[in-house]
Design a protein around this ligand. Structure first.
Ligand SMILES: Nc1ncnc2c1ncn2[C@@H]1O[C@H](COP(=O)(O)OP(=O)(O)OP(=O)(O)O)[C@@H](O)[C@H]1O
Length: 369
């Protein structure tokens, strides 16, 4: 997927922008608070229909205006182009999405059409955050690669909600409980198998990238499925009914899964430097893009907020080379044009944009100024 045109209206501090990015690397340079991250946020919104910075989508509407609009013209790998627009009005209860001129069935349809990977300071959460952050990472990949996942996931969530609500009832209807446990475990086992399979496919791609970035060959990823490995989920649920009733929720299952990232047996975030953590997280995200391309022939759009931060010159150079060699579209922000200009193999193929007080304009390549 490639964004050929991006039009932004009344979004954060951007009153109006209309840009034509290149299919490869796009660099967005500007001072603090100029609006660089807002552009990444607008692209992320097109894919996820939410922000990565704010839970309240209305906070994205430019102050003193009524609504924002983000529009993208997207080129698919098939050669077809289609339009995607997301709009939110102050007075409206919903966010409007228009995909190929129509209202999509759900957000998942849009997300599947425009896979976006974000590497920003919050991406560290993948290592230092809760298991939920790592499950989200894993499920992003499974969702894009395995189309049956979304249906299993929805059915699983519904069954989990039902079981939790039964657990809180005064008297449990054993038959109803068994029925929901069956539904929960059938879908839970499928989700787990898909997650395991996905992680197995991801590992070699991740190892290859990590080797380029850091040469950390003793780093391991291990999947923890979320319940006792010696029993089936249905059995585990049955055995834990009494304990779950006391707690008021289901304790075992894929909703407790995790991916442990360890170096020589130690939790990665406890021993890696900040720069190493950034490269591990980046390698994980780039590996997801590579797997999507390998499995589905789809390219992902990478959003990288402040690439130079935390990385020395040498690691920045390796990172740039990897980004240039992979086939997805990349948007990178930075405050220092010189630091951003370093390390590219083909600087002439890169598009530059200057961002200043919410205005976005194409910028001549640094060397040609
Ligand atoms: N709803 C809004 N309406 C108008 N301006 C807003 C709104 N929300 C945020 N802003 C402002 O938009 C500006 C742009 O912020 P943004 O984070 O995009 O800048 P940036 O260029 O990425 O900065 P930095 O380099 O410091 O990360 C900030 O000054 C912020 O206060």
């Amino acid at each position: 997927m490639t964004i050929q045109q991006l039009k932004i209206t009344n979004f954060r501090n951007i009153a109006s922008a209309d840009i034509y990015p290149t299919a490869g690397v796009n660099l967005l340079v500007g001072e603090n608070a100029s609006g660089k991250t807002s552009i990444l946020e607008a692209i992320y919104l097109l894919s996820m229909v939410r922000s990565f910075r704010s839970k309240k989508i209305k906070s994205l509407i430019q102050h003193a205006t009524e609504q924002f609009t983000v529009f993208g013209s997207i080129a698919a790998e098939s050669g077809n182009s289609y339009s995607l627009g997301v709009q939110r009005h102050q007075q409206s209860a919903d966010t409007e999405i228009l995909f190929r001129g129509q209202k999509p069935a759900g957000v998942a349809e849009v997300t599947a059409a425009l896979p976006v990977q974000l590497i920003n300071p919050d991406a560290f959460r993948l290592l230092e955050g809760s298991p939920k952050d790592r499950r989200q990472f894993l499920d992003w990949g499974v969702f894009h690669v395995e189309h049956s996942f979304i249906d299993c996931w929805k059915r699983f969530q519904r069954a989990l909600k039902q079981r939790n609500s039964l657990l809180r009832h005064g008297r449990i209807d054993q038959l109803e409980m068994s029925l929901w446990e069956k539904e929960l475990s059938e879908n839970g086992e499928k989700i787990t198998a898909l997650r395991e399979e996905y992680l197995t496919s991801l590992k070699p791609l991740f190892a290859e990238l990590l080797d380029k970035f850091l040469g950390l060959d003793n780093l391991t990823l291990s999947f923890q499925r979320g319940w006792d490995k010696n029993v089936d989920l249905v059995e585990s649920l049955f055995l834990s009914r009494t304990k779950d009733r006391e707690q008021g929720f289901t304790q075992a299952g894929p909703q407790r899964a995790d991916v442990r990232v360890a170096v020589n047996g130690y939790t990665a975030m406890d021993i890696l430097s900040r720069g190493q953590q950034k490269l591990v997280v980046s390698a994980l995200k780039l590996a997801q893009g590579a797997l999507l391309s390998q499995a589905r022939g789809k390219q992902c759009v990478y959003l990288i907020d402040d690439l130079p931060a935390e990385l020395d010159k040498q690691h920045r150079k390796v990172f740039c080379e990897v980004l240039e060699k992979q086939s997805g579209q990349v948007f990178i922000t930075g405050v220092d044009a010189e630091a951003l200009a370093e390390g590219w193999l083909n600087p002439d193929s890169i598009s530059w944009f200057h961002v200043e007080q919410g205005q976005v304009s194409p910028k001549p390549h640094l060397g040609s100024e």
